[in-house]
Design a protein around this ligand. Sequence first.
Ligand code: PA5
Length: 450
Amino acid sequence: MSNLKISDRFVKPFLNQSNFTSELERAENARQTLLNRTGLGNEFLGWVDLPNQIKSEDLQSIRKAAETIQSHSQYLVVVGIGGSYLGARAVIEALTPEFSSPETQKKSVKILYAGHHLDADYHFRLLAFLEGKEFSVNVISKSGTTTEPAIAFRLLLSLLERKYGKDNIKNRVFATTDKSKGALKHLADEYGFPTFIIPDDVGGRYSVFTPVGLLPIAAAGFSINKLIDGAKQMESELKSTTSQGGNLACLYAAIRNSLYTLGKTTEIFVSYNPSLSYLTEWWKQLFGESEGKNGKGIYPASVQFTTDLHSMGQYIQDGERKLMETVIKIETPKQDVYLTEKTNDNDGLNYLAEKKLSEVNQSAILGTLIAHKDGGVPCLEFTLPAINEEILGELMYFYEFACAISGYMLGVNPFDQPGVEDYKNNMFALLGKKGYEKKKDEILSHLGSI
Ligand code: PA5
């Protein structure tokens, strides 16, 4: 049994039972389509069997590379964007304590990120910061041609060459890319950098259980074996359980599609744990890029409570009624804090004396769930016992599987992203890239007419 529990008690009042029953049937059909590989984009289904098929020698070579990095580097710069970056960051941020002592820091490599945007100040400061530090780079790009990481890697490679000498960086650069094609693969071969392969049949946002996610996670000091164990558990459960038998991915997909037909066009991922903020970013990419096609798709949004109850709470309670929520609740914190009694009670908090902070948080969660449900927002609850590698592995595989099912139910290909090309073509034309001359003329005349 997986650790994830889903409760629909604050969704049921909104659902039309017969519509929901038929959505559950459609979810089961979509599950069969996925498992039989008969749906759209079925050339990108390598991720479905990945956790149970990963070879122990592959995990071993990832761990070995991580140990090499840890042996000589204080920092690992992970260079990538979108699916080539968010999965690793989601896990690393979820597991890294916000405040760590110098002793803890000494043991693990601190992960920095680059190539996930084009901000000049950030990259200037990163390069200046790394000047006097021992560092390595893991450059990740399936296509090997994506502009943002390619630029960041060029900058970092120049720094590495200047700092250590071209012949001394073979154990400091690790490339994760396609087995044969793309500029990154050719560059890695030319320099002799160790290379990890992204399987052809695994797309970026479904790649966290490949070296794309695993190498940075291992270098950060977390157990990739436990992460994979969790994913394996969820893979087995979702493959063997039917929708009618309680398949959680089908339940989630059926609920969100059922609510979508009732006009709930935005799903808000709600978490009460700041450490999950990048998990929400990963989730937004997974669902946004997979479902937002052909004028359709639930818009994936996120908030961090209770922080955002003081910013977005008003809109959620009372604004346009197009929202649904999925709330992630963590049952037990790693460490708890007790409130004590004060003799003068001058802050008025003695009514909380002897309560744990986690109890206060649980009351905030329940109070908010009731308020939002009363305000017309269906709230689905996901409960997890804790945050650790195994549970994150379960949860991330769950989301991948549910996203594929939900995309099929919506009638889109959940594994492509044709819309992402449009901004790139305009940017290349504006920058004068060869082959984009006609596009540049079109853009200039378009700009002239507005
Ligand atoms: O999910 C996806 O496919 C995308 O988000 C890609 O991961 C992203 O565009 C980066 O692509 P690449 O790995 O080819 O650099």
